[in-house]
Design a binder for this molecule. Structure first.
Ligand SMILES: [Zn+2]
Length: 125
C-alpha cells in the first residue's frame, strides 16, 4: 500500500486510469481533453488549465506501436491459420481493427501521459 506524506496527495488529485479512459482534464476531471479524435484542446473549458503546454511527447505512440504490434501480429497469424481466409479479407479486417485500436489506445495513452506529467511535474500546473 502506498502511503503519502501529508500534503503530497490532496483530495484534488484525480485517478490517472479513470482520467485517461474518460479523456478528461487532469486537474479538474471534468473538462474534455480532446477537440476531435486526437487533437488536444488549447485549454480546459472548466478550469482553464493550459493543455497546449502538456506535451506527452512520443511516449504514447511508442507504447501503442509496441502493444498493438505485440497483440495484432500474432492474432492475425492465428486468424489466418485457423480460418484460412483470402488474404484481402485478413488485410481488411486487421486494417480496420488496427486503426480503431490505434486511435482508442492513443487517446487513452496520451491522456494518461498528460495526467502523469501533470501530477509529477508541478512546474506544469
Ligand atoms: Zn480542467
Amino acid at each position: 500500500m502506498i502511503r503519502f506524506r501529508e500534503g503530497e496527495s490532496g483530495s484534488d488529485e484525480r485517478p490517472i486510469f479513470e482520467t485517461a479512459l474518460r479523456a478528461r482534464c487532469p486537474r479538474c476531471g471534468r473538462g474534455r481533453l480532446y477537440d476531435g479524435a486526437l487533437a488536444l484542446r488549447p485549454a480546459c473549458e472548466v478550469c482553464g488549465l493550459d493543455l497546449a503546454g502538456q506535451d506527452p511527447g512520443d511516449g504514447p505512440a511508442v507504447l501503442g506501436i509496441f502493444v498493438l504490434g505485440f497483440l495484432l501480429v500474432p492474432l492475425s497469424i492465428l486468424f489466418d491459420w485457423m480460418f484460412s481466409p483470402p488474404l484481402w479479407l485478413t488485410t481488411i479486417i486487421f486494417a480496420i481493427l488496427l486503426v480503431g485500436c490505434a486511435i482508442f489506445g492513443l487517446r487513452v495513452a496520451k491522456a494518461a501521459f498528460i495526467a502523469l506529467n501533470f501530477r509529477h511535474r508541478k512546474d506544469l500546473s
